[in-house]
Design a protein around this ligand. Sequence first.
Ligand SMILES: [Zn+2]
Length: 215
Amino acid sequence: MRKYVIMGVQGSGKGTQSQLLREEFDLVHISVGDIFRWQVRNHTKIGAQVKRIMAAGELVGDDLVESVVRRRLDQHDWNYGFIIDGFPRNGRQAEFFMESYDIDAVIHLELPDDEVRRRVLSRRLCPNCGMDYNLIADRPEQEGRCDICGHELVTRADDTPEALEARLRDYHEKTRPVLELFRRKEVVHDVDGRPPLEEVQQAIRTTLGLPPYKG
Ligand SMILES: [Zn+2]
């Protein structure tokens, strides 16, 4: 069984790297962001709570995140292990999590803030069909138009420079104590998040001692 935590700022490719590991090693990918989005879409009690918090311009509290993750792990459907993203959020949670689940490794995707800004601020979205674009890596054929449906592309509402700075600050503040704790337990694997995604995946597998990525 493989039990991993993946850490990295938004735009670091965490989601993609997790998916690649999940597919090959039959891991359950537990993404706190995805869980909350699902709750909001399905109008659950938690979803309503999350919506209220975000509408007030606040961040979801650590305790709510913890209860959602616990509930998810309690389903015990992770026969081959899991890769968790968005948790733990503070030193106390990290300590508890290490002890309860005996984490094998923490994958720390490193990306300089400048590169995060470049990546995140170049994201575009088709509000009609939901297709994602990126003006650096994934340009639409015709500037500003969706390749699929031809609708005009927009910037995500929360991809403004100000919102991104707030998220970066929050990420660094929250991550530092968690990483420090994991480092003391010697489970952190630092991986450079700048190369193309296949190379990053390969680097992750090498450092974790996993079979190579075949693409
Ligand atoms: Zn479209």
